[in-house]
Design a protein around this ligand. Structure first.
Ligand SMILES: Nc1ncnc2c1ncn2[C@@H]1O[C@H](COP(=O)(O)OP(=O)(O)OP(=O)(O)O)[C@@H](O)[C@H]1O
Length: 315
């Protein structure tokens, strides 16, 4: 695939401004403002029902916003002249005609969008389905359907790609493959937006994150900043003299949590202070150092806040 503009070029930006969608009494998307840039994989994260699918459908012009706007390359998707050549999307892996073969499905899509037939074999090979090209889709596993959906998104060789929960149903090898593919697509300068309701799926997938809850923006920024800002500093400790050390640490007001691997996570004291206390209490230390913040915890903390906020706002 051709290389595109350098990361940071502004032409392929997805821009949502005060984007809102109401279904009857449900506010599915609530004044959402965000920017998705090319050259990095951006994770679109939120619990079930947060409004991710509704937002992606509005980007694609499949749902109309109740108010606000969302544009790709400065224009609503419907106004883009090149359709599938401009934006490729996987929304629902099950949304395919099961009686067709993978090849026939993609060939119909190519024909309907004025794309060269030769792309079909290329994208099937790219997603690892070359050997299954002649098989009927209704015999496909969910993982194979996800690969087929990704192949369809790639068909027009588009600079902007949207994937809704693409890791669902993939085995560990499939997850590793898809992460590599998304990274490569971003390295080529494309804009890649990937939704998920699981933070742990995003940890090794996305560089940037947009987190929503109940239709609202909760946080946006780099994964690294997100992890750093989400929880107070924590220290990892390993000791064969746990009873003495834990008593000493909690006596100083620290919170100590035992981990599955036999280590402890300490909050509320610096590593220096923990070292001093261990020395005083004759507890041997096998490990003492910073414990990387768990993104899962940061995510839970942030979404909890959004629920509280929503409750307060409703009063
Ligand atoms: N066509 C519709 N009619 C009525 N309500 C809808 C419709 N589509 C979505 N909703 C509601 O809007 C809210 C957001 O749904 P949406 O599917 O966008 O969330 P999501 O973040 O993609 O969730 P999930 O991870 O469960 O797919 C939910 O409360 C949902 O019930």
């Amino acid at each position: 695939m051709p290389r595109r503009g350098p990361p940071g070029s502004v032409d392929l930006v997805i821009e949502a401004t005060e984007l809102t969608r109401r279904y009857g009494r449900t506010l599915a998307v609530d004044r959402l403002t965000f920017t998705v840039r090319p050259g990095v994989v951006t994770g679109f994260l939120g619990p079930n029902g947060a409004g991710k699918t509704t937002t992606l459908r509005m980007v694609l012009g499949l749902n109309r916003p109740t108010s606000g706007t969302v544009t790709v390359d400065g224009r609503p998707f419907a106004g883009l002249p090149r359709g599938l050549r401009h934006v490729g999307a996987l929304l629902d892996a099950h949304d395919v005609h099961g009686g067709r073969t993978a090849r026939a499905h993609l060939a119909a899509l190519a024909a309907g969008n004025g794309l060269p037939r030769g792309r079909v074999a290329e994208v099937l090979a790219e997603v690892g389905l070359a050997d299954a090209a002649g098989r009927r889709i209704d015999g496909f596993s969910l993982g194979m359907k996800q690969r087929l959906g990704i192949a369809a998104a790639l068909l027009g060789d588009p600079p902007v790609l949207l994937f809704d929960e693409p890791l669902n149903g993939l085995d560990p090898e499939g997850v590793r493959w898809v992460r590599g593919l998304f990274g490569r697509l971003a390295d080529e300068g494309r804009t890649v937006l990937v939704s998920s309701h699981l933070m742990r799926e995003m940890e090794q997938t996305a560089e940037e994150l947009i987190v929503i809850g109940r239709g609202r923006l909760i946080a946006a920024g780099s994964l690294r900043d997100f992890a750093a800002g989400g929880t107070p500093p924590r220290v990892a400790v390993r000791t064969p003299d746990a009873d003495a050390l834990v008593a000493a640490l909690t006596g100083e007001g620290a919170t100590v949590r035992a981990e599955d691997d036999g280590s402890y996570t300490v909050t509320g004291l610096t590593a220096d202070r923990i070292g001093d206390l261990a020395f005083t209490h004759r507890a041997r230390l096998y490990e003492l150092g910073p414990r990387a913040a768990s993104l899962e915890e940061a995510f839970m903390a942030l979404t909890e806040d959004s629920v509280e906020y929503a409750t307060e706002a409703a009063r």
